[in-house]
Design a protein around this ligand. Sequence first.
Ligand SMILES: *[C@@H]1O[C@H](CO)[C@@H](O)[C@H](O)[C@H]1NC(C)=O
Ligand SMILES: *[C@@H]1O[C@H](CO)[C@@H](O)[C@H](O)[C@H]1NC(C)=O
Ligand SMILES: *[C@@H]1O[C@H](CO)[C@@H](O)[C@H](O)[C@H]1NC(C)=O
Ligand SMILES: *[C@@H]1O[C@H](CO)[C@@H](O)[C@H](O)[C@H]1NC(C)=O
Ligand SMILES: *[C@@H]1O[C@H](CO)[C@@H](O)[C@H](O)[C@H]1NC(C)=O
Ligand SMILES: *[C@@H]1O[C@H](CO)[C@@H](O)[C@H](O)[C@H]1NC(C)=O
Ligand SMILES: *[C@@H]1O[C@H](CO)[C@@H](O)[C@H](O)[C@H]1NC(C)=O
Ligand SMILES: *[C@@H]1O[C@H](CO)[C@@H](O)[C@H](O)[C@H]1NC(C)=O
Length: 598
Amino acid sequence: MAFKLAYALCFLLLFLHLPFPTTAQTNKNIRLGSSLTALDNSSFWASPSGEFAFGFQEIGRNSFLLAIWFNKIPEKTIVWSANGNNLVAKGSKVELTADGQFRLNDAVTGEQRWAADSAGTGVSYAAMLDTGNFVLANRSSINLWESFDHPTDTILPLQTLNQTSTLFARYTATNYSKRRFRFALKLDGDLSLYTTHFPLDSVNTIYWSTDTAGCGYQVIFNQSGSIYLTARNRSILNMISNSTVSTRDFYQRATLDYDGVFRHYVYPKSTGSSAAGWLKAWTSMSFIPPNICKTILQETGGGACGYNSICKHDQGTICQCPPGYSFIDPDDVLKGCKKNFISQSCDAASPETDHFYFQEMQHTDWPMSEYENFAFVTEDWCRQACLADCFCAVANFKNGQCWLKGSPLLNGRVDPINGVTGLVKIRKENSTMGPGGGYLKKKDNSTLVVVGSVLLSSSGFLNFLLLLTTYLVVSRIYYRKAKVNQPYLVMNLKYFTYEELEEATNGFKEELGRGGFATVFKGVLGPDKAKCVAVKRLDSMVKESEWEFKAEMSAISKTNHRNLVQLLGYCNEREHRMLVYEFMSNGSLAGFLFGKSP
Ligand SMILES: *[C@@H]1O[C@H](CO)[C@@H](O)[C@H](O)[C@H]1NC(C)=O
Ligand SMILES: *[C@@H]1O[C@H](CO)[C@@H](O)[C@H](O)[C@H]1NC(C)=O
Ligand SMILES: *[C@@H]1O[C@H](CO)[C@@H](O)[C@H](O)[C@H]1NC(C)=O
Ligand SMILES: *[C@@H]1O[C@H](CO)[C@@H](O)[C@H](O)[C@H]1NC(C)=O
Ligand SMILES: *[C@@H]1O[C@H](CO)[C@@H](O)[C@H](O)[C@H]1NC(C)=O
Ligand SMILES: *[C@@H]1O[C@H](CO)[C@@H](O)[C@H](O)[C@H]1NC(C)=O
Ligand SMILES: *[C@@H]1O[C@H](CO)[C@@H](O)[C@H](O)[C@H]1NC(C)=O
Ligand SMILES: *[C@@H]1O[C@H](CO)[C@@H](O)[C@H](O)[C@H]1NC(C)=O
């Protein structure tokens, strides 16, 4: 009895000492029959601490998203949403019905736009919890539906992803409908980032994966802010982010951003003692993949930044357009870029070869867009080949290799390590009549290079700084002058004199075969004449025309499938043009050596 009295007294004291909002916690439960109406951004139910809110956010004019957001920061960052594909009009209602159904109806059409799949399970109340989880529970406080079990693009501390859980990147920063990026723990236990065949949901390209099929079980975002993949026995298989800041002093979330990068963000709480001096903005602590521009390589689909674009990884993902191109939609840079000029005519009578020029972009590559590949050529030859080819939109050149690429360009990215030069073919001003009879105007340089970015933080100032820096960097590349022509032919190949090859072939004695424009001889090289080679001597060269010779060279190099035959060197002396290959007695190579198409 005394115990009971003491207990009651204690409880009373506690009650009196607690600040009022906390005592209201139990009263925060949302009773059957409650509803919220979408009128403005203040239609919400807050969690007991006020840190999270569930309700309506006005996304466009008269369009409302039912969502959960961080409610104590000015950004009101959304962490979950119900109807991203299906916004509702002003006056729409979300309602917890008397029979425990939870549903959203549009005010204008009266249609149901969303519902929690909890009908008939005995829901007796709803609650917005301080963890950011919105729950529907029964009388014994068992959660029958949780927003944590239906994540959209974000997970929060204490949230887990199970096998078959998927995060969907939103369309743009402000459009919550799904796009082509996914983060999913598959049924087999593999955790991956992938693109879909948008607008379908099927998997297109996996661009990051833990390779844990057979053992991956759960993705855990634990209370200290670490995110990791565990096996069924709880051992950690993959550490995705090991937090260095405390959840007590920082808000945390991990989001599959609309640029396809999964980032772990923190935001200093105003009360956080260790958070003093931090910028009041979301800061990314870690992210995967390390460089999305390089990891997405797709034969189909827009890659990281969309067709014809260039992706650059620098703090965030920066999408830009090549010179002569501009964004199809500046508000949605992932849609890619369009040409600002009329494409080259393919009419043989008016080839327009001299109506185009190149803008050089260093370290810029469009892998997998090529329809032609030439080896052992100069950059100048590469430029000429692209100019003369109406299908060519861009040429990539590196170490005597030339790739011609057509529209739409795929997987464009800045890659300083690879060292490929991008040559963007652009129509000269006034060189053609536009469709309406007027001249198609080339735009001002400053509008040609527009930069879109998804950034570390949502701070507008940082955004601005990055935009400015990128603009300056890109402008510098843009204004670089065309390089002087490189010496003819190639690096990493041995140069042979005519005499050397004459000796190696014993005076061009043993003929292996003859093709339309070349004869192939057997030879031996090396100190002890141990290395067998095939020397391909080009016949009937048109000496006067360097251009024709180069064309001939390219025709040959086209048949040089690198995996089949190793080119060792060449001779380019006076009228003598020869290529030296490793000799393989394998007869299947004969067709290649004698100039038949491969
Ligand atoms: C409502 O919230 C949205 C999204 O957070 C924001 O873009 C909009 O400006 C807000 N509207 C008002 C009136 O505050
Ligand atoms: C609440 O749900 C749990 C799990 O479904 C169930 O075991 C329990 O009996 C339910 N309680 C009530 C009061 O319905
Ligand atoms: C994953 O399973 C756990 C139980 O192990 C459950 O509490 C949690 O809600 C589930 N999450 C999802 C997203 O299904
Ligand atoms: C979001 O993008 C989709 C796809 O382009 C579009 O259909 C939808 O209207 C957009 N939603 C909003 C609110 O702009
Ligand atoms: C837990 O499971 C993983 C993967 O299935 C396995 O490699 C590891 O040895 C297991 N650890 C323990 C302690 O059982
Ligand atoms: C969260 O995970 C990290 C990394 O495994 C661990 O060091 C930390 O103790 C965990 N925190 C909690 C509360 O479990
Ligand atoms: C994560 O960080 C914690 C504390 O910094 C450390 O104890 C733990 O070993 C780390 N875990 C991994 C897997 O790196
Ligand atoms: C384009 O036309 C204008 C007016 O006809 C002329 O002044 C200008 O030099 C032309 N530009 C080029 C690049 O031909």
